[in-house]
Ligand binder design. Structure first.
Ligand code: NAD
Ligand code: AHE
Ligand code: ZN
Ligand code: ZN
Length: 369
């Protein structure tokens, strides 16, 4: 079938709105009509050419929500009309990773996903016979996409697509990093670096978890007001701190953070995030994605003396199990998504959404199909 898509033809160039061809779903695959998709910083990162796994041409986007319009042979858990959120971290419930219950990083289709292909090693997208890659197994910047059954969370039908699409990445990543990865407890002191689409969800996760001090660190002062609304108790603009940031944050948190979260993708800030943690037990969680060739460093003494460095992908959430629950939390008013969706636009204006992101003027832009 012909579908409308924003195609990334090459790194560093704006997306191009095209009519592309999409093949129907094969064994274990599902055709989804996309209703909405958020724009995540990771899409911009891959488009920039900094992603070692970035492939072109590709249809980017991984923060969608839509409706099942067709299922391939062997699909048992979904049917036409179901409402779904595509999962860049699938949940097969069979592989060693899933059955370990030690991680959410299902590996069942990770190799082909990283090559921009469906699990059988082919692409469903093309244009005039030229192959176009899938992206993160989702490709939500298309009016329709084919997604493996194990990479779709079935959600309730009364949830608004233009809000819950954000649960496909940003909300789950931020809230989940606090609750699933870190396990923040009431009374903990938390420091969050970067108050964008991810960091603000870390802030609201910390509030839900009952954290005491919730310190937000950002070089954009415009982020203060919204972060306070989401539960931040102290704002720190590194540009306004006299002297070193790390001792300043250690003082502010009475000896160091119980948990810190890096939500930027800056390896220098990752070091600060680790080093502002409390001696003996403070844990720093890396969420930000850094470009090819970037490395983190610290004195090993920081770890010898009890600080812990961790990472979190998709907030440690098991998508098919946890995403429907997070949709419920939103529908029950336990988490705020509406105030983070600052802009909406049709697919034709998607590049304007990325311009807003680059200028720091949006938290989340959502494309509505
Ligand atoms: P964003 O652009 O919305 O927010 C980034 C924030 O960091 C902005 O508010 C910016 O002002 C601030 N910032 C930039 N440099 C800073 C510095 N030196 N010190 C303090 N603040 C600084 O981005 P986002 O959508 O929130 O994504 C954040 C990061 O998380 C990106 O690297 C993205 O790729 C990554 N990410 C990771 C996962 C995961 O599963 N691990 C999921 C989604 C996004
Ligand atoms: N492809 C990059 C890494 C990108 C990355 O870390 N992606 C996160 C999700 S970011 C969502 O906005 C993730 O889930 N990683 C785990 C995985 O298996 O990809 C690179 O450096 O190669
Ligand atoms: Zn994302
Ligand atoms: Zn699995």
């Amino acid at each position: 079938m012909d579908v409308k898509a924003a195609v990334a033809w090459e790194a560093g160039k704006p997306l191009s709105i095209e009519t592309v061809q999409l093949e129907g779903p094969r064994e274990g695959e599902v055709l989804v009509e996309m209703k909405a998709t958020g724009l995540c910083h990771t899409d911009l990162f891959t488009l920039s050419g900094d992603d070692p796994e970035g492939l072109f041409p590709a249809i980017l986007g991984h923060e969608g929500a839509g409706v099942v319009v067709d299922v391939g042979p062997g699909v048992t858990s979904l049917q036409k009309g179901d409402h779904v959120i595509p999962l860049y971290t699938p949940e097969c419930r069979e592989c060693d990773y899933c059955t370990s219950h030690k991680t959410n990083l299902c590996q069942k289709i990770r190799v082909t996903q990283g090559r921009g292909l469906m699990p059988d090693g082919t692409s469903r997208f093309s244009m005039n016979g030229k192959k176009i890659h899938h992206y993160m197994g989702c490709s939500t910047f298309a009016s329709h996409s084919v997604v493996p059954e194990i990479a779709l969370a079935k959600i309730r039908k009364d949830a608004p697509f233009d809000k819950v699409c954000y649960i496909g990445c940003g909300v789950t990543t931020g809230v989940g990093a606090v609750i699933f990865t870190a396990g923040v407890k009431p009374g903990d002191n938390v420091v969050v670096f970067g108050l964008g689409g991810i960091g603000l969800n870390v802030i609201q996760g910390a509030r839900i978890a009952g954290a005491d001090k919730i310190v937000g660190v950002d070089i954009n002062p415009a982020r203060k007001e919204l972060a306070e609304k989401f539960g931040m108790t102290h704002f720190v603009n590194p540009k306004e701190v006299e002297g070193d940031l790390v001792p300043y944050l250690v003082d502010l948190t009475d000896g160091g953070a119980d948990y810190s979260f890096e939500c930027i993708g800056n390896v220098n800030v990752m070091r600060q995030a680790l080093e502002c943690c409390h001696k003996g037990w403070g844990t720093s969680v890396i969420i930000g994605v850094a470009g090819a060739g970037q490395e983190i460093s610290t004195r090993p003494f920081q770890l010898v003396t009890g600080r812990v460095w961790k990472g979190s992908a998709f907030g440690g959430a098991r998508g098919r199990t946890d995403v429907p629950k997070i949709v419920d939390w939103y529908m029950e008013g336990k988490i705020n998504i509406d105030d983070l969706i600052t802009h909406t636009m049709p697919l034709e204006d998607i590049n304007k959404g990325f311009d807003l992101m680059k200028k720091g003027e949006s938290i989340r832009s959502v494309v509505i199909y």
